[in-house]
Write a protein of this length. Structure first.
Length: 255
């Protein structure tokens, strides 16, 4: 069993990811084939169904990319379902305390490391690799909380110290709103919060992640975040790429 995303991060490399909302398996396969290191299937803000999620996992599975699912909440049943489908990890919103992070990491792993109930579906090749999957998945699965509130920033050191939290992603929009500086990413309060997450990650030796704000076709923000120390980079996805490309074409064609 291989988690390429985890391998990249553990060897100090940057991992580029994209978020998918449209629920189309061919688009998921395309992003993996294009060279993204990981693909995040968003079930929090998009009308995904379990069937559509599994189809996208199958699409990404045809490529070298690692599949991660963004859950709607820190729910053990949802986490179990997506892992049973074959996701190699979950990104979970609104994690504000170490206790919440601990509940999520436990939901990802079988006893004695956690509380995940057994019954892998596609993840264990439909029963053809049940023992191998069960033996290896605890060390390969990833739990990645989204840090998107002032409370989470205040608790970031404790959150990242939880065993089983592999990384995190700063959610810039919600974080800026929580800090009372909505969309003002250059504001001193927002920049101080980013620095605190980087410092906390360095203290525990875990990679820091962030959702890149701004146009996905402008590399400036992504490059700046990588230079500052972020390595788990979420840049664009099906919705922003299509929206930005449509606007670009219409704004640059005159007749």
């Amino acid at each position: 069993m291989r988690n390429r995303l985890k391998e990249l991060l553990e060897t100090g490399k940057v991992a580029m990811g994209a978020q998918l909302r449209f629920g189309v398996p061919a688009i998921a396969e395309l992003f993996g084939a294009a060279g993204f290191d990981w693909v995040l299937i968003d079930t929090e803000h998009a009308p995904q169904t379990p069937t559509s999620v599994q189809a996208q996992l199958q699409g990404v599975g045809c490529t070298e990319a690692t599949s991660i699912v963004r859950t709607a909440k820190n729910d053990p049943d949802l986490i179990k379902l997506y892992l049973d489908m074959g996701a190699m990890g979950v990104v979970v919103p609104s994690i504000n305390t170490a206790g919440e992070a601990g509940e999520g990491t436990s939901a990802c792993r079988y006893p004695p490391d956690g509380i995940r109930g057994w019954g892998p579906h596609r993840a264990a090749k439909y029963g053809l690799a049940s023992e191998t999957y069960t033996t290896e998945i605890n060390s390969q699965v990833m739990y990645i909380p989204i840090i998107e509130s002032a409370e989470a920033i205040e608790n970031i050191e404790e959150i990242l110290a939880v065993d089983g939290v592999d990384s995190f992603i700063v959610g810039p929009v919600d974080l800026s709103i929580s800090l009372n500086v909505p969309f003002d990413y250059e504001n001193r309060k927002f920049q101080q919060a980013l620095r605190r997450t980087l410092e906390a990650a360095e203290q525990v030796g875990k990679p820091a992640g962030i959702g890149v704000y701004g146009s996905p076709l402008d590399p400036t923000s992504a490059i700046r975040h990588m230079q500052s120390g972020f390595r788990l980079i979420l840049v664009g996805g099906d919705e922003p790429f299509l929206t930005t490309s449509c606007r670009h074409v219409l704004d640059n064609i005159s007749f």
